[in-house]
Design a protein around this ligand. Structure first.
Ligand code: DGL
Length: 271
């Protein structure tokens, strides 16, 4: 049995957890969300790297973790090198699925409609040098449009807390992509956004939505093979362990949504 840590600023990592727990059962999941610094998409790069490194150093020194999944594009597109330098466990990051989206989009291309992908992410992720490099490496021949929004991150959290998604508002946010010239393929480049996939799909019915969840599950599964001790000894699925970084009223509400996904009581972890 492996102790798999899933990390995000908020509840977006649940979209990754769902993929992982479907693919990999018999492991212990820990979920840490840094609600004290939420939303990550609005933080400066220097603040983000300092915070995530401090948090991880402290967390893994106090809890047994075999593999960490940074289930946050905003963090992964900037902090992975620093994080890998200070941790001895494998660290898997989640970055926007530009490559598979570009491959899919190229196949849709016709003489009337050139390939066009959209990247829906946080303001932080769309402004990263890493994201620009991904586009340059895998989609340089395509039209690429980007939209950075924190409002959608909050909408996803509110949906999990039981609120109805305001479809009209969502339509307004996505308005620039609803025309004929809009993208044929959309990268959900924030782990919160697969949680809104049904609603985004309603606003953009002709557009193929692509996220990184399944690829991350495959990557984790592959890395677990290199950890034979933890891989062999499977156990009955246990309750996941849940940690936040600020004991707020909202965190307690969020914990109710996590409990529906198999997590136990909320613990507060302050580095
Ligand atoms: N879920 C995170 C991501 O994938 C970020 C949300 C936030 O801005 O905190 O980018």
């Amino acid at each position: 049995m492996a102790n798999i840590l899933i990390f995000d600023s908020g509840m977006g990592g649940l979209s990754v957890y769902r993929e992982l727990s479907h693919t990999l059962d018999g492991h212990q999941y820990l979920y840490l969300f840094d609600n004290a610094y939420f939303p990550y998409g609005e933080l400066s790069e220097s603040c983000l790297v300092a915070r995530v490194v401090e948090l991880f150093r402290s967390f893994v020194s106090q809890h047994s973790v075999d593999i960490a999944v940074i289930a946050c594009n905003t963090a992964s597109t900037h902090v992975l090198p620093a994080l890998r330098e200070c941790l001895s466990i494998p660290v898997v990051g989640v970055v926007p699925a530009i490559k598979p989206a570009a491959e899919y989009s190229r196949q849709q291309q016709t003489t009337d409609k050139p390939a066009h992908i959209g990247l829906l992410a946080t303001p932080g992720t769309v402004s990263r040098a890493y994201t620009a490099e991904l586009i340059q490496s895998f989609a340089a021949d395509l039209q690429v449009s980007m939209l950075g929004t924190t409002e959608l991150v909050t909408m996803a959290e509110d949906k999990l807390a039981g609120q109805t998604v305001d479809l009209q508002r969502l339509q307004q946010i996505l308005a620039s992509w609803t025309s004929e010239q809009g993208p044929d393929t959309l990268v959900l480049g924030c782990t919160h956004f697969p949680l809104l996939a049904a609603e985004i799909g309603q606003c953009l019915p002709q557009v193929k939505l692509i996220d990184s969840g399944a690829a991350i599950a495959r990557r984790v599964s592959h890395l677990l093979l290199a950890l034979p001790d933890v891989q062999q000894a499977r156990t009955k699925q246990q309750q996941g362990r849940l940690f936040c970084t600020a004991a707020t009223k909202k965190a307690l509400q969020q914990a109710r949504a996590f409990s529906k996904e198999g997590f136990g009581e909320l613990n507060c972890f302050v580095p």
